[in-house]
Design a protein around this ligand. Sequence first.
Ligand code: GDD
Ligand code: MG
Length: 360
Amino acid sequence: MRGGARQAVILAGGQGTRLRPLTLARAKPVVPILNRPLLAYQLALLRAHGVSDVVLACSYRVDDVRAALGDGQRLGVRLRYVVEDEPLGTGGGARRAADLTAGPLFVLNGDVLTDADLTAMRRLHEARGSRTTIFLQPVDDPRQFGLVETDANGRLRRFREKPTAEEEITTNTINAGIYLIDAPLLARIPPDRPSSIEREFFPALIAEGITSYGWCPRTYWRDLGDPVAYRAGNIDLLEGRANMPLSPPGERRGGSWIGAGGSVADGAQVVAPSVVGAGAVLGRDCRVGPGTVLGDGAQVGDGARVEGAVLWERVAVGAGAVLERCVVGADVKIGARARIGPEVVLESGAVVPDGATRSR
Ligand code: GDD
Ligand code: MG
């Protein structure tokens, strides 16, 4: 095996502000995607590409992350944590975590869901003698991202993080949030003050002419920045739009995944593709799916309908309630005959009275 990157740092210290209220109850890196913590997918991807030594750069709600992922053993990786007392930004976070590693390194934003072929990325990095390679993707609206211009050979020409002036929106190719960086370069980032890898580190590399490339494969990619994207990411995986190395927990049955220990009353249907968590109790004549995720311990009342929705753990849906394309936090109680409309987000612990309607 060549000396190619076998270690990674995952930036997992953001507050997940745009994903509120979901991130009030749980750190963004471990919000559930098909009943597994988000980072489990990144760790599985890294592992599938020969990277099993991973450092998490954390600062916000670290206990959630530790509780969900532990030392990584169950996921087949060695996980270490570096905790910033004060957030050091994407630059300082990467730098501090990278101090535990040696050699070239993958650095990942902890909130992207992708099946990118990291082996191909590593190959390109080595073949071109690149010192920093950035995973790029085309998007419809690049404003919320880092805009990256490359030349005809893929060499980086410009990196502009979330430009506001219209004339600076010069490309729809954006930073997809995974980098391969030669270790010595990271020593340029100050370890003890907040800094931005996007606003400081990349532009400086380009200005100094350090060989850096973009890598823009056709692949599945989604930033889980807000609740709409979060729900869509779940649905993408349910519908098999990504080639993930990790499938949902549960037994595959009729195109869905059904967890252990639950019960299904007469006339209840699970319409594929859906995921039903362990211990879920489905009442008579209810319908779950298509495109639905029920967390562990869910209860769906008689005649209720849950479609295109993502429910966290222990949600109780009253009899005759209708939930459509929404996201429901843990331990929420939804009354009988309540209606929850598209893109509604119910915060963990919320209570919706009988017959109430929630819409956006
Ligand atoms: N350790 C640590 N410390 N991590 C942090 C900190 C910090 O102070 N601040 C943010 N992070 C982590 C977040 O948890 C997230 O995983 C990652 O760094 C990126 O931060 P976001 O806040 O999610 O940034 P963004 O989504 O607005 O933009 C970034 O991602 C886009 C692609 O999804 C940028 O990298 C853009 O250039 C990029 O296009
Ligand atoms: Mg983000």
